[in-house]
Every structure is written in C-alpha cells, then in structure tokens.
Design a protein around this ligand. Structure first.
Ligand code: NDP
Ligand code: 2IT
Length: 443
C-alpha cells in the first residue's frame, strides 16, 4: 500500500465520526502522490502522519446569560493545527453545526491556504456551536466575552491570531478584542478583521470576495475568457458573497442569483450591490427582502441555486453545498468556470465532474486565500503601528492572488497535471510546510 493510502486509512480509523475532516484529508493527500514520489525523505520524517494531527486542540465551556436571565452553555474550541511557517492563523466560526470535525477540516485546509499566500502564517481554526441567528446585540457581546475569557490564555499576536468566518464579522471581533485587551492589558494584533479605528486594515472586509474574483479573472484570462459580460451565480450573501458581487459588477460581469440559508433570489437584470449589502450586512435580514426594492426579481425556496444558465459559478456559503446534480446542471448549461469562495463547497463528485468536462476549477484554498492574506497584512500593519491606504492593501491583495494562481498553475504543470489547480495548489502549499517541518527537526 502506498504511503498516502496508509496515512488516509489511519486518519479514517482514528477520526471515524468526522466525515468532513476525512474528506479534506483524502482530497489533499491523494493529490500529493506525485510530490511524495520525488521526495522520499518526507516519509522517513513522518511528514504526513504529523501534518494530519493537530499540534493542539483546546475544547472549553462557554457559559453566558441570555436576555431573560437564563444561563446558556455552548461548546467552544480552538484547533492549533500547524505552526511550521508562522503563528497559527485562521477564523472562528459560530454556527450550530460546529463540532471538532468541522473545525479540524477547516484548520487542515488553512495550513495549505496560508502557505500559498507566501506570508508567514501557520494554520488554525476555532469556533462554537452557538447560533448567532436571532440573538440580541447584548447576547452576542456576552457570548463573545465569555468565549475570550477562556481563549485569551491560548492566543497572542505571536502565538495564534483568530479572525472571522461564518457568523463572525466586525461586531464579534470587536467584542472579542475588547475582552482580550481588558484581561491582558495588551493592545496588540491578537485578532484580525478589527474595526478601522482600533487596528483594523482597510480592505480586509472586502478581501475574500475581491480576492476570489481577482483569482478567477486571472484563471479565465489564461483561457482567453473575460469577466466583461459574464453571467455569474453566487451562493450565499455573507461577507465573501457580498464583496464578490461588488467586484464582479465593477469588472463588467452580471450576477443573476444569490442565496441565504432560507432561499435564493434570481434576477436576470443583475443584482444590485448596495441593496444586497444593506439587507444582509447592515440589517441582517432575509434575502427575500430584496423583492421589496426590485419587484421584478423572483424569490425561490427549496430549489438549487445552480439551476440557471451561467458562465461562472462562485459557491460562497458553506461546505458541500454544490453537489453532483448541481454540477451536472451547470455543465449542461455551459458554465465554464467555478471558483470556490467558501471552504470545500463542492463535493468530491462535483469536482470530478468539473475536471472531466474541462470546466476551469479554482479550489478554495487558493481562490479564497485573499481573506487570510489580507489578515496577514493587518498583522504586519499592527506590528509596525502603521496603516496602509485602501489602494495599497488592494494592490497587494491583487498581486498575491495573481501569484497564487501562477504558482498553482505552474506547479500543476511541473508535476504532470497541467490545468489541474487542485493538484497544483495542494502540492505548492504542502512543499513549503513540509520543508519547514524537515528543517525544524522532529517536533
Ligand atoms: P457569513 O456568515 O458572512 O455568510 C455566510 C453565508 O452563507 C450567509 O448568507 C448564510 O446564510 C449562508 N449559509 C451559511 N451556512 C449555510 C448553510 N448551511 N446552508 C445555506 N446557506 C448557508 O460567512 P462568510 O461569508 O464569512 O463565509 C462563507 C464561506 O466562506 C465559509 O465557507 C467560510 O469558511 C469561507 N471563507 C470566509 C472567509 C472570510 O474572510 N470571511 C475567508 C475564506 C473563506 P444566512 O444569511 O441565512 O445565515
Ligand atoms: O477561511 C478563512 O481563510 C477565513 N475564514 C479567514 C481567516 C483569517 O485569519 O483571516
């Protein structure tokens, strides 16, 4: 049995109740075969066995009081996966589906994504099964303060730097930061995605969505296609989706459908950025509200958002949201490119179909790396006690996304898998981390 298959089998045996983690590990490890053939020293050094095992997993109780004076208890966690190339870095997710298997899949992906950015950041992820939906501002604050009251002892600007993910945006980062500072007295860059008046970076809010579109733009231009006039479907309407919408509109494309966890809207005239931002980011309402402003749009529940003819599909909501049947519909309708704004939004069956049908496919760990890359730029600015302008950060972000595309594309070619960005991104991200682990000895 090959080294890779042996390690995958062990991961399945040791993590039997964590299907998302097994899925992420299988996808990455299987694509590394060509790199491991060239580097037999990695097996001797146990690199794969070490890289699939988090360096540290912290699980804790998060008690908080709701507005009725009743005590509620959630489960909090932070998984510090790999620090070979820098401090642990990755978001916090607040969603009822969170359990260690989800955080481990996200933390594992984050190792390779962070490596691809070219910046010195290791991989980590955290979160809680707390459901922010329908909670008051004060409940969110009490939860965040309680979460940080445990987490503070495990994080710092040089140890582990959390940020946002599903359910965590500027408001939550603000409460978490305030509590960290109150407990430790340290005014340091322990979190990214902070408000602009207390250490946040310009363009961090926009970065993941913008970066996704910069990546996809570079990828399709390589095949002589253009965003100008392209018809695009974006799933989700959160942080990533909203700013992907804005950038697509700026570059001359048209977004014809977007969704939230309740349903989706469809409008062949193209979706308006300012209205979407107001409904979903400012007012935190349901996406169906969009029809109040644009009555010609339609609102649909219980049907796939991938059913409309489009050129480009950008899944930006959550893991495994785009399945085989969705991929079949997209291909039948002539979709030629898919860019993963979310982490692992396409199932392995869907990815296989895209590749077999020559649909250009941008995997999440490359295409959505603009968020964490800009977080690393926020860390740099915090260390320097300095702020770059929006244009400076945006230009750096664009350069980083183009470099990630070229690196993944070039690596795929070098290892005999031309046009396969899954193989290219995984190998390129892996080599840097593996070499750092070898250099640092058995730790
Ligand atoms: P948000 O919480 O801002 O938005 C999430 C969006 O997806 C919302 O519209 C939400 O709907 C929808 N959604 C969430 N869960 C489900 C579900 N189970 N079924 C259907 N719809 C769902 O999160 P982000 O935009 O930050 O994150 C989206 C994805 O992007 C995640 O996979 C995240 O890991 C990834 N990502 C985020 C980065 C960032 O910088 N924020 C960076 C890189 C990746 P509703 O409004 O109804 O809740
Ligand atoms: O999945 C991700 O890359 C994020 N949620 C962003 C992480 C970060 O540290 O900015």
């Amino acid at each position: 049995m090959s080294y890779v298959q042996d390690v995958i089998n062990k991961v399945k045996e040791r993590n039997p109740h964590e299907p998302e983690f097994i899925q992420a590990v299988t996808e990455v490890l299987e694509s590394l075969e060509p790199a491991l053939e060239r580097h037999p020293e990695y097996e001797q050094a146990g690199i794969l066995e070490r890289i699939v095992e988090p360096e540290r997993q912290i699980l804790f109780r998060v008690p908080w009081m709701d507005d009725n004076g009743k005590v509620q208890v959630n489960r909090g966690m932070r998984i510090q996966f790999n620090s070979a190339i820098g401090p642990y870095k990755g978001g916090l997710r607040l969603h009822p589906t969170v359990y260690p298997g989800i955080i481990k899949f996200l933390g594992f992906e984050q190792i390779f994504k962070n490596s691809l950015t070219g910046l010195p950041i290791g991989g980590g992820k955290g979160g809680s099964d707390f459901d922010p939906k329908g909670k008051s501002d004060l409940e969110i604050m009490r939860f965040c303060q309680s979460f940080m009251t445990e987490l503070y002892r495990h994080v710092s600007a040089d140890i582990d730097v959390p940020a946002g993910d599903i359910g965590v945006g500027g408001r939550e980062i603000g409460y978490l930061f305030g509590q960290y500072k109150r407990i430790t007295g340290l005014n340091e860059g322990v979190l990214t995605g902070k408000g602009l008046s207390y250490g946040g970076s310009l363009a961090r809010t926009e970065a993941t969505g913008y970066g996704l579109v910069y990546f996809v733009d570079e990828m399709i231009q390589d095949k002589n296609k253009s965003l100008n006039g392209a018809r695009v479907i974006i799933s989700g309407s959160g942080n990533v989706a909203i700013y992907a919408l804005q950038k697509i509109n700026q570059l001359g494309g048209k977004v014809i459908a977007m969704s939230d966890s309740t349903g989706h809207i469809h409008d062949e005239n193209g979706i308006d950025f300012a209205t979407m931002q107001k409904i979903k980011e400012v007012e935190r309402k349901r996406i169906s509200e969009y029809l109040k402003y644009f009555p010609q749009a339609e609102y649909v529940e219980g049907e796939s958002i991938w059913r409309y003819p489009c050129d480009i599909a950008l899944p930006c909501a959550t893991q495994n949201e785009l399945k085989q049947a969705d991929a079949e519909m997209l291909i039948a309708h002539g979709c030629y490119a898919v860019g993963e704004g979310a982490n692992m939004p396409c199932t392995p069956e869907a990815v296989k179909l895209f590749q077999e049908n020559k649909v250009m496919f941008a995997p999440g760990k490359a295409a959505n790396a603009g968020g964490v890359a800009t977080s690393a730029l926020e860390m740099s600015q915090n260390s320097m006690r300095y702020s770059w302008t929006f244009e400076e950060v945006d230009a750096k972000l664009k350069n980083i996304m183009v470099s990630i595309y070229r690196n993944a594309s070039q690596t795929a070619k070098e290892y005999g898998h031309e046009d396969n960005l899954v193989v290219g991104a995984n190998i390129a991200g892996f080599l840097k981390v593996a070499n750092a682990m070898v250099s640092q000895g058995l730790v």
